[in-house]
Design a protein around this ligand. Structure first.
Ligand SMILES: Cc1cc2nc3c(=O)[nH]c(=O)nc-3n(C[C@H](O)[C@H](O)[C@H](O)COP(=O)(O)OP(=O)(O)OC[C@H]3O[C@@H](n4cnc5c(N)ncnc54)[C@H](O)[C@@H]3O)c2cc1C
Length: 414
């Protein structure tokens, strides 16, 4: 029987505890908050999109950073296993659009309750309101003890670091795990807020606040590689008073942090991606025939959302009062171009306070992908978001937490 100390009672820490306790180990969770799973509670807008019921290929494609590192743990505990696991804890689940899995009750608190009941059933000791301040190892590089904020020294056989990243710090993720990892000799890859809104330079963007665009294409060319894109996807996005957000933008945010560190990036919205340039031109021509005697500003209502029309008119440099029948071919072509290349300048990701996850973290090169054990200090393990693993929205980030936590618990001491 081993004494196992887990730092952090979030998704990955609780899963590691459940699995580790199966071997008859004495498992302790140290959580600095007053309760377990504070972040889990707010996931999926309070509904907890706890995994994604997709196939393995899609699962791996949805993991942006180090998907190969996840082969072993997804094999130990797949998304399918995850659904079965919660069902086995008497939690009914459902799968919605995009294969997103939720508790049938739509309550994240039910996920937390299921986990807490299981921890209790397995006699895991929970220590709340206790922050781990420090972690120590022997001269032979073997884990020895942790130090709590009350000064207490706790010895153990194994330590699992499940402290999460930096996003939503009010939930307890304040980067302590990175500090511990550095002390143990681990490299931390650059961290960025991810799955986060993006700020835009154009001052008129605040005028578009609240405008939601469906079925548009968001394109970010890679200026250093001709004809290559950093991002080129269809979907839904929204304007805010500072820039853009919504599903397309959150996915984009995972890819542009490194670029925005150096300079702003041009992005283009194709407002009519289903129409080619010529098709859109013909469509506008038809509208212009219909509205031939109207002024330009009153001719676009069938084509575009009303909020964006004044901006398109301004950018087109066509006098808004010009009669439609007086608009030249060149002017019309410029309008078509604008609608298919609505240009904005991305300046900055919003901060960790608004980021669903942290990109970057403990470099996985020095972590055993089968067991999650540090390759530098024996009997110390890392699980969940503290690792340099991240995925898109849809339940994939929690699956990373469950799978790495499970594999760690399963292979402890291997
Ligand atoms: C608003 C929001 C919505 C989200 N929605 C979804 C979703 O629907 N689906 C999805 O897949 N993912 C979602 N995520 C991401 C997901 O919540 C995280 O990826 C996941 O919680 C990471 O789990 P973790 O166990 O690694 O870290 P966390 O859940 O952050 O847990 C870490 C725990 O460690 C504790 N801790 C930290 N340092 C110490 C210390 N020194 N001593 C003691 N305790 C410590 C913290 O208090 C915290 O409780 C969402 C995130 C946010 C912010």
């Amino acid at each position: 029987m081993k004494k196992i100390l887990i730092i952090g009672g979030g998704a990955s820490g609780m899963m590691a505890a459940i699995e580790a306790s199966k071997m008859g180990n004495q498992v302790h969770i140290y959580e600095k908050n007053e309760k377990l799973g504070k972040k889990l509670f707010i996931t999926g807008k309070g509904r907890c999109n706890f995994t994604n019921n997709c196939n393995t290929d899609e699962m791996l494609k949805s993991i942006y950073r180090n998907p190969r590192f996840m082969y072993g743990s997804l094999n130990d505990f797949s998304n399918e296993d995850c659904i079965k696991f919660f069902e086995s804890l008497n939690l009914k689940t459902k799968v919605e659009r995009g294969n997103r899995a939720f508790p049938l009750s739509d309550r994240s608190s039910d996920i937390i309750k299921a986990l807490k009941d299981e921890l209790k059933r397995r006699n895991v000791s929970i220590h709340l309101n206790l922050q781990v301040k420090d972690i120590n190892y022997t001269e032979d590089k073997i884990f020895s003890h942790i130090i709590l904020n009350n000064g207490e020294k706790i010895e153990g056989d194994i330590c699992i670091i499940a402290t999460g990243g930096l996003s939503y710090p009010t939930t307890g993720s304040t980067g302590d795990g990175y500090r511990f990892a550095k002390k143990l000799g681990h490299e931390i890859t650059d961290t960025y807020p991810s799955l986060v809104p993006i700020e835009v330079k154009e001052p008129w963007v605040s005028y578009l606040q609240g405008l939601s665009l469906k079925n548009v294409k968001l394109i970010v060319p890679n200026t250093s590689k001709k004809n290559k894109f950093i991002y080129n996807e269809f979907g839904e996005m929204m304007f805010t008073h500072f820039g853009i957000t919504g599903p397309l933008v959150l996915s984009l945010s995972a890819l542009v942090g490194e670029y925005l560190k150096n300079e702003p990036l041009k992005a283009y919205i194709d407002l009519k991606p289903a129409l080619s340039f010529d098709e859109l031109d013909s469509r506008i021509l038809r509208d212009f025939h219909e509205f031939a005697n109207k002024s330009f500003k009153n001719s676009l209502s069938k084509l575009l959302p009303s909020k964006i029309i004044p901006i398109i008119i301004m950018l087109s440099e066509i006098n808004e009062d010009k009669k439609v029948h007086d608009i030249t071919k060149e002017e019309r072509e410029k309008l078509v171009y604008l609608i298919k290349h609505f240009e904005i300048t991305l300046t900055k990701l919003r901060g960790y306070n608004e980021a669903v996850i942290t990109r970057g973290g403990v470099n996985v090169k020095k972590i055993n992908p089968k067991t999650m054990e540090s390759r530098l200090v024996k009997n110390i393990y890392f699980v969940g978001e503290v690792l340099d693993l991240d995925a898109c929205t849809g339940g994939f980030n929690l699956q990373i937490a469950w799978s790495t936590g499970y594999s760690c618990g399963l292979h402890l001491g291997d």
